[in-house]
Unconditional design. Sequence first.
Length: 258
Amino acid sequence: MDKKLIRQYGEDILCYRIRTARHKKRMQFKDFDKHLIQLSKEERELHKQKRNLGWEPLTPPVQKGWKRSFVLRDDVARSKQAGFFDNILKKINTCDWSYRRDFLVKRRRFGRKIYVVKGQQLLQPDWYHFGKLELTDAEKQCFHEVWKMDWRRQPVKHYAFNEPWRFTLRIRPNMVDKIRKRDEVIERRMQEIDRYLERNDLRKRQSKLLSGNYRWHRYEEKMKEKNPIKNIPLHQMVLSLNNLNSCWAIKESAFILL
């Protein structure tokens, strides 16, 4: 309440709870922030409903690329321990997909683009995942510890299978026989919310309200505006170019002497 109103109408004006212009403006911002939070909750709920719609059969089935996974080798499958190794394989097997039957991928080597076979390994779970595989004592004896670096550059203990030669890769066609159900009302509402937030550039404000920061957005903007010669004096640029030319001259002279 402004003091001018109190001086003009007295202290009895306080019982009417009249809002000032500043208070009204602040309440408008608060209501708008609540609206953004409510839109985020509605968007999450719509995503959840879309995932829980279920599947419907696709007739006729269609092939979409190829899939590759590990199977028991022929001699191991005919041995007495086939069931033992099959139980292990069910827990550490991996599946990969490719649009090519030969699973070739493009790589660059010495400036040239070549095609190499895409690699695939058995699952090497970490110590936490290894405890959830429910392996027996005999199955645990078939693994050994290996150390890998995680995304924080910290060593983490993993477990690798001792005899990977018992399994071989098999390529099969990837057949799609079911698709997710779709609801036009849910998808239309999701598009409306996304279009409203993107058109008015409200994702940053929403992210700050929900998580307290919007570093990802600021990092994205920083990468877009990145300039390698920004804020570098001209004399330093000239000096670096002279050093580069001198290095190339030394290399050429050494090559001539050889």
